[in-house]
Design a protein around this ligand. Structure first.
Ligand code: GDP
Ligand code: GDP
Length: 449
């Protein structure tokens, strides 16, 4: 899953990948003012952290229904010597991570050497560029904006970041420059959430299904016009209607002969793929087996939300529970993120908690962390625990954005290769700061070559 290319991955029910626009230009041309204008002056969530140069701040933006991420490079501290070089280098980093670039120049002072240095970087990057000639507060300055044609980047958009003049046309041009708009599936109305109850034979899947569904078999999805042996059933659990995947397979209780284990496994895999959340039923009265772990791994690899139901709790005594805890610590650390319920389908103990666990796992699965919040978090983490220096270089996380929900998938843009350990460390911190209990999360790293 983590190997997947995000650009190619737009799963059903997931969010869209938001393109990134980097705003570059020399100091004082009005980049920050323009960014505020673009994001509608929404309060900056990112605070300054003492001791850390926050040289890139990113925000969520929306124009004409299209969402994108704006990276403000306005905070770069210019240095008296080698300023041009430094700015060009910083711009290069932001540009490398962007899908399109907004180059801001100051129309009232004309083209400067530093502007040309940034243009050279832009040329090499081959990224689409929109040129904003800023500080065109009135018609009189418009002629000066035209002189920006000389940068060789095409039509300059005369804008006034301060008053908003011309920014609509500029934003239209930015949207045009961005990669093809993916269809906005995230906000689309959707049916009931799909739940799969999976587990090896005899753990209590059909007993749990019966307890959850009760006498509700009439609530079937009879789109086919028949209520006989529906493949999936609509069932109300804790006040919410869910679509239970492959209930026919569970209800028919085909006790597969050993030779059919392969087919049982395929069926399980199929149910997991079709579901958004899986309840993996484990018989708590027996040692956790390889087969249990294989099913858990399938769920994790499919990126589904997960609730582990430790069933047959009524058959466990203190000694068994002691060993179960050891087994969980030994074999299930990897699934520490899952929700879990200790229950009994026979006595009904804690069956109602399954509904609560499903709901919160789904909420975690669908979490959207705003780019501002995410970067405030990354700023804190990086400040407290910088990446170790590697062959004299300090790899850095430039900024991050959540590319998808269901499961939450984050992209970190970095300079230099980030150690996998460090990525795992950031992932743990993410889990601590935002509540993802019940959902896997993915972290992708895009390093600048
Ligand atoms: P940055 O360093 O590129 O981020 O520039 P800032 O956004 O901090 O702006 C630098 C200065 O230019 C500030 O004093 C702004 O108020 C001013 N400024 C920005 N945009 C405009 C504009 O459209 N018109 C005028 N007249 N001043 C502007
Ligand atoms: P499935 O093959 O996973 O669908 O499992 P079943 O629901 O058919 O259950 C297998 C056996 O375990 C049946 O005899 C059930 O009565 C029994 N069983 C299921 N849940 C519990 C439970 O919570 N406690 C006890 N003691 N037995 C259970």
């Amino acid at each position: 899953m983590s190997e997947h290319d995000l650009d190619e991955q737009l799963p059903e029910g997931g969010a869209t990948v938001r393109p990134v626009v980097a705003v570059v230009g020399r100091p004082n041309v009005g980049k920050s003012t323009l960014v505020n204008r673009i994001i509608g002056r929404r309060a900056a969530v990112v605070q300054d952290i003492p001791g850390v140069t926050r040289d890139r701040v990113s925000y969520d933006a929306r124009w004409n229904g299209r969402e994108f991420v704006v990276v403000d490079t306005g905070g770069w501290a210019p240095d008296a010597q080698g300023m041009a070089a430094q700015i060009a280098e910083q711009a290069e980093l932001a540009i490398a991570a962007a899908d399109a670039v907004l180059l801001v120049v100051d129309a009232t002072v004309g083209i400067q050497d530093v502007d040309e240095a940034v243009v050279r970087v832009l040329r090499r990057s081959k990224k689409p560029v929109v040129l904003a000639a800023n500080k065109v507060d009135d018609q009189r300055t418009e002629a000066e904006a035209a002189s920006m044609w000389n940068l060789g980047l095409g039509e300059p958009f005369p804008v006034s970041a301060l008053h908003g003049r011309g920014t609509g046309d500029m934003l239209d041009a930015i949207l045009q420059a961005l990669p093809e708009a993916p269809t906005e599936i995230f906000d689309a109305p959707r049916g009931p959430r799909r739940v799969a109850i999976v587990g090896k034979p005899n753990v209590g899947k059909s007993s749990l299904l019966n307890k959850l569904a009760g006498q509700q078999r009439s609530v079937v999805d009879d789109a086919s016009g028949t209520t006989v042996d529906p493949v999936d059933e609509l069932v109300e659990i804790g006040g919410t209607v869910y679509q239970l995947i492959d209930t026919a397979g569970i209800r028919r209780r085909v006790k597969e002969a050993s030779g059919h284990e392969y087919y049982a496994s395929l069926r399980t895999q199929g149910a997991i793929e079709r579901a958004e959340i899986c309840i993996v039923v484990i018989d708590a009265s027996e040692p956790i087996s390889e087969q249990d772990l294989r099913i858990l791994t399938m769920v994790e690899e499919a990126g589904r939300a997960l609730v582990v139901a430790f069933n047959k709790w009524d058959l466990t005594d203190e000694e068994r529970r002691f060993y179960l805890t050891r087994e969980i610590e030994r074999d299930m650390v990897q699934f520490g993120w899952a929700g879990h319920v200790n229950m009994s389908a026979l006595t009904g103990r804690h069956v109602e908690r399954v509904g609560v666990a499903i709901e919160s796992a789904l909420a975690a699965w669908e979490t959207r962390v705003s780019t501002g919040k995410l970067n405030a978090f990354l700023g804190r983490v990086v400040a407290a625990h910088p990446h170790p220096v590697r062959s004299g270089k300090q790899p850095r996380i430039l900024f991050g954005t959540q590319a998808q929900a269901g499961p939450p998938t984050f992209v970190l843009f970095t300079s230099g290769a980030i150690d996998p350990q460090y990525t795992r460390f950031v992932e743990r911190r993410l889990r601590e700061d935002f509540d993802f209990q019940g959902s896997p999360i993915h972290l992708e790293v895009r390093a600048r070559e």
